[in-house]
Design a protein around this ligand. Structure first.
Ligand code: FE
Length: 145
């Protein structure tokens, strides 16, 4: 379970760009097709733009044609709040970062198999971390306990 992060709106405003703040804290959906990560096909991990929580692997990204980065599963079961069963996803469920509570997007029940889910995520809510090569595999991330 990711350790929760809690900040005041003032603090979030300092960390996030105005565009990121609108999406992550005010839950405003970015314009379709506007996101930098929408068409990215590189191998790596998509993390929360606000707190760095790992959210989605490039392996689960697919082209939904929607205009927003789309994934058929999260990288871990507890990566987001709002992990639905397919039945509830049919009603459109908000997806929040499980660590910082930031608004990421929504999940729908019309995605591809094997999950049948479509996580429709704002590009502005994500940062992309490309797959690391062995030479630079040392990171500042905490080692797993
Ligand atoms: Fe987060």
């Amino acid at each position: 379970m990711p350790e929760k992060i809690s900040k005041t709106e003032e603090e979030w405003r300092e960390i996030l760009s105005p565009e990121q703040y609108r999406v992550l804290r005010e839950k405003i959906t970015e314009d379709a097709g506007s996101g930098k990560l929408y068409r990215l096909e590189d191998t790596g991990v998509y993390v929360c733009a606000a707190c760095g929580n790992e959210l989605f692997s490039s392996e689960a990204k697919f082209d939904s044609g929607s205009g927003w980065p789309s994934f058929w599963r999260t990288i871990a079961e507890d990566a987001v709040d709002g992990s639905p069963d397919v039945e509830s996803a049919l009603r459109k469920t908000e997806v929040l970062c499980a660590r910082c509570g930031g608004h990421l997007g929504h999940v729908f029940g019309d995605g591809p198999q094997p999950t049948g889910l479509r996580y429709c995520i704002n590009s502005l809510a994500l940062s992309f971390v490309g797959e690391e090569t062995p030479e630079n595999s040392i990171t500042s991330r905490e080692a797993p306990a």
